[in-house]
Design a protein around this ligand. Structure first.
Ligand SMILES: Cc1cc2nc3c(=O)[nH]c(=O)nc-3n(C[C@H](O)[C@H](O)[C@H](O)COP(=O)(O)O)c2cc1C
Length: 195
């Protein structure tokens, strides 16, 4: 193949959705840690959708054509992502209602075969399976490819608003390590030489 026809590897477009209604947000800390870990091996182009910033106008729109332009743009970015990080705090045993409302307005077919890394935070470990019984069915309905390794963190895994526990750090590392090989066409970080 002539050089001019060789495809150049592009950064991986990652759009993270943080379903927390508040700032600061431990879910946001988890999202940033996942992005940082993924960027160890892949060149990323990242965008974070913070529900805390858009939940009120989002909630007022009952259909896509009622959305303000800036929220429509966020949904378009979600639909165009190579990888979505779908992250939310547990509210009453599930994801927050405004998080579901956002995905209710995403195009029915827009997430088909799109990789989605699931992540959640909660007050305790008692809701750690929320990823399995709440998040997976939602993204299964949308025919997205929910990655096998998701990340759940409870308040005890954080030091304030920093990742605190070695177990959470290891889970984040594992999630990124297992996700990276799925994006064979994406630009990769140069290998680091060990002296
Ligand atoms: C309305 C509401 C409901 C909550 N329900 C639960 C729950 O059912 N289970 C749980 O473990 N934590 C629950 N929590 C705690 C949050 O999930 C937890 O503090 C989370 O880490 C907050 O994330 P954030 O810092 O990103 O906002 C709830 C918090 C709020 C505000």
């Amino acid at each position: 193949m002539p050089n001019s026809e060789k495809s150049v590897a592009k950064p991986l477009k990652v759009v993270a959705v943080n379903g927390s209604a508040y700032q600061p947000s431990r879910t946001r800390v988890l999202v940033e840690a996942l992005l940082a870990e993924l960027s160890q091996s892949l060149v990323l182009e990242t965008h974070v959708v913070d529900l805390a910033e858009i939940a009120r106008p989002l909630g007022a729109a009952l259909s896509r054509d009622e959305l303000p332009a800036e929220i429509e743009a966020q949904i378009v970015a979600i639909e165009a992502a190579d990888l979505i990080i779908a992250a939310a705090p547990v509210y009453r045993g599930s994801f927050p209602g405004h998080f579901k409302h956002l995905f209710d307005l995403v195009g029915m077919d827009a997430l088909i075969d799109k990789p989605v890394l699931l992540a959640a935070t909660g007050g305790s470990d008692r809701h750690a399976l929320v990823l399995e019984h709440q998040f997976r069915p939602l993204f299964g309905f949308l025919q997205a490819l929910s990655l096998p390794i998701g990340v759940y963190a409870s308040t005890a895994d954080f030091n304030g608003y920093e990742v605190g526990s070695p177990a959470l750090r290891e889970r984040i590392r594992l999630a990124a390590e297992r996700a990276a090989p799925l994006f064979a066409d994406a630009a990769r970080q140069p290998l680091r030489r060990v002296a």
